[in-house]
Design a protein around this ligand. Structure first.
Ligand code: HEC
Length: 132
């Protein structure tokens, strides 16, 4: 094989390797922390208050509220943050719903949260979902 061809195959295989890994990441099989100093009180809770509490807290205003008040206190949220999803065991139920890996997707019948907000919640889950 010519040197040129060897080089070509070498670079080609690196390309395939990176490509396959990128696919695995997109399918959400590999949660990667971005920010390791994320806080529940200042970063995560405000997202849930804005996007989730209208259906999932005692003070929910949504007519579907009965039976759906899943996030009444911190330990409720933590439970969903730590319980692994049956659809994708690399993620917790909370993240799997947000990433649309488990249905029904959340927020229910609304546009998904931006990736950056999902990542913030994911970072907190990767810390072990502390009450910080
Ligand atoms: C418009 C109302 C509404 C909003 C907003 C909403 N949800 Fe839900 N959520 C529901 C309903 C209804 C269900 C139950 C669906 C079912 O099981 O069929 C549910 C179920 C869930 C469950 C599963 C609970 C279980 O025991 O299986 C999780 C986790 C969840 N939601 C998280 C969230 C998060 C996180 C947000 C905010 C990003 C959110 N939801 C926003 C209505 C909502």
């Amino acid at each position: 094989m010519s040197n040129f061809k060897k080089k070509f195959y070498y670079i080609f295989s690196i390309g395939i390797f990176i490509g396959l890994n990128a696919c695995a990441f997109n399918k959400g099989e590999n949660p990667i922390p971005v920010n390791k100093t994320v806080s529940y009180m200042t970063d995560v809770k405000p997202i849930l208050v804005t996007h989730c509490f209208k259906c999932h807290s005692d003070t929910a205003t949504n007519p579907q509220k009965p039976g759906y008040a899943f996030f009444n206190n911190f330990s409720d949220v933590q439970k969903y943050a730590l319980r692994s999803s049956t659809s994708n065991p690399n993620y917790s139920v909370l993240i799997a719903r947000l990433k649309h890996l488990e249905s029904p997707e959340m927020p229910y019948k609304e546009t998904p949260l931006p990736d950056s907000l999902i990542q913030t919640i994911q970072d907190w889950v990767l810390l072990g979902a502390p009450n910080n």
